[in-house]
Ligand binder design. Structure first.
Ligand SMILES: [Zn+2]
Length: 141
């Protein structure tokens, strides 16, 4: 028997705002560096406010995949620069303080196959990053 592990990312596309501020979640209509606020920039004194809808949607996914859901979750900041999120992105993750994922130990049945879901994390979308020479173009207004 061969076992494989996959890390799968999906986007919660129907959210109105980013994960920690009221900036629009649909960044595709903006040029880089235009869909940002003091929270996105991580300016001193700016206080992030967690998007409750995002947590609810992620928890619904966890429940649909028969995962356990914790009483508390925690976010950790990763240090990569993105134009629309200079403060860097935040993510739930497995850590030394305990499992603070949105969901864990789930099962998805596909016919007779049992697919184990190890963890479900909620990760802040860093926004839009287009590399020079990329085939993706900025939409002109
Ligand atoms: Zn913002």
């Amino acid at each position: 028997m061969t076992k494989i592990g996959l890390e799968i990312h999906s986007q919660l596309t129907n959210l109105e705002s980013k994960l920690f501020c009221s900036c629009k979640a649909n960044y595709r209509e903006f040029e880089p560096n235009t869909n940002i606020c003091p929270i996105c920039m991580g300016l001193p004194g700016s206080l992030p406010r967690l998007n409750q809808k995002a947590v609810e949607k992620a928890t619904m996914i966890a429940m649909a995949l028969n995962c356990s859901t914790p009483e508390r979750i925690a976010f950790f900041r990763k240090n990569y620069f993105y134009p629309d999120l200079p403060k860097n992105f935040q993510i739930t993750q497995l850590n030394i303080y305990g499992d603070t994922s949105v969901g864990g130990s789930g099962i998805l049945m596909v016919g007779e196959k049992k697919i184990r879901i190890t963890r479900i994390q909620l990760e802040e979308d860093p926004g839009r990053l287009i590399y020079e020479g990329s085939s993706e173009k900025i939409k002109s207004h």
